[in-house]
Design a binder for this molecule. Structure first.
Ligand SMILES: *[C@@H]1O[C@H](CO)[C@@H](O)[C@H](O)[C@H]1NC(C)=O
Ligand SMILES: *[C@@H]1O[C@H](CO)[C@@H](O)[C@H](O)[C@H]1NC(C)=O
Ligand SMILES: *[C@@H]1O[C@H](CO)[C@@H](O)[C@H](O)[C@H]1NC(C)=O
Length: 323
């Protein structure tokens, strides 16, 4: 049985650039549509915020039963057959596609003349499905996951959408990247389906490039793997991305979200994502002491948080273990 959660998805993977460019009508009706279009199956976990208090329940066909408060206690499992977990192997320094050919960059964030960006190392692009919001499927790469690749510093500037991840000052962290849509093209990307996993040592920086029309998130945590919730979902602070959305005139968006970590009752890791020139930022500090233009459980369902960027090249700096 597939678990899903409408509100998480709302904030998470439908926010960002899309929202910034959506025209008034679409925007006003976005949540309305979701409520009606997103069919809930038996066993799905449903969350809602009633007067500031989070409630969660297992959807049991038409009715709503066994309401519990989401803070403190995690929702109970519907049945023993609910698991969607896939156990991923302990990551090596980099598990996933890596481009190692020599590059031409003097500065990793430089822009290319004539918007001429390389796709070296990416697989084929998959066509988007023309749907909206939660149902939007962009480019997930063919073979699956080949839309997100590690590149070297000297190669980074040759790609259109690229991030630099700056490590913690103290410990080795793991950062893993996944597509919003899993290999089954359903909302299963974050259930253990990372397509690229990197270890970042103290003081180290790594670079990752994203093909056009890629939507998903990365999660980062101290140690060798990402924490998961009881359903096998990555339960740490996420950096959510929407790079060069074809159905949104090529706009990009990003935000930091602690929703999954908080809903699982786990620690919130600090993360900050800014354009390389610090024009736009989204940030949450360790244990969510500071929240800037980012999602915590309180902002779940709110549109328009995070950064957005017009069509064209985008360079983001990601600080993990952000204090
Ligand atoms: C784009 O860049 C590639 C590699 O640097 C180069 O071979 C090609 O001629 C460029 N194309 C245009 C239209 O500038
Ligand atoms: C991309 O598609 C072309 C044409 O179908 C095919 O020849 C090529 O092998 C594909 N590349 C990858 C990486 O799958
Ligand atoms: C991409 O654009 C489509 C069309 O505007 C939008 O519905 C979708 O939410 C956008 N982003 C994501 C992450 O799907």
């Amino acid at each position: 049985m597939q678990l899903k959660n409408s509100l998480f998805l709302l904030t998470a993977l439908t926010a960002g650039s899309a929202v910034a460019r959506m025209h008034g009508h679409e925007r006003r009706h976005a949540h309305h549509h979701l409520q009606h279009e997103e069919k809930r199956a038996v066993g799905d976990i449903v969350y809602a915020n009633f007067n500031g208090v989070w409630k969660s329940w297992i959807n049991e066909f038409s009715g709503v039963t066994s309401t519990t408060s989401a803070s403190g206690s995690t929702p109970t499992t519907a049945s023993s057959g609910t698991s969607v977990v896939t156990v991923s192997a302990v990551p090596t320094a980099s598990s996933g596609p890596t481009v190692t050919t020599p590059g031409s960059c003097k500065e990793w964030h430089a822009f290319q003349d004539g918007d001429n960006y390389t796709r070296e190392g990416f697989g084929n692009k998959t066509m988007n499905n023309g749907e909206k919001y939660i149902k939007y499927i962009g480019n997930v790469g063919d073979p699956y996951g080949s839309n997100i690749i590690e590149v070297s510093e000297s190669k980074a500037c040759e790609y259109k959408h690229v991030i630099r991840i700056d490590g913690s000052e103290k410990e080795t962290w793991t950062i893993a990247f996944w597509n919003k849509m899993g290999p089954d093209l359903k909302l299963t990307g974050w259930y253990g389906n990372a397509v690229l996993t990197l270890k970042i040592n103290p003081g180290e920086s790594k670079y990752v490039a994203f093909d056009d029309d890629s939507q998903g998130a990365w999660g980062a945590a101290k140690g060798d793997s990402l924490p998961k919730d009881q359903y096998g979902g990555y339960a740490c602070t996420w950096g959510e991305f929407d790079f060069g959305n074809t159905s949104n005139e090529g706009w990009s968006g990003w935000d930091v979200s602690a929703i999954q970590a908080q809903m699982a009752g786990l620690d919130v890791q600090g993360m900050r994502i800014c354009t390389h020139d610090n024009q736009k930022c989204s940030a949450i500090s360790n244990l969510a002491k500071l929240v800037e233009n980012a999602y915590t459980a309180l902002e779940a369902g709110v549109d328009g948080i995070g950064g957005e960027w017009t069509a064209g090249a985008l360079r983001l700096v990601v600080n993990i273990d952000y204090e």
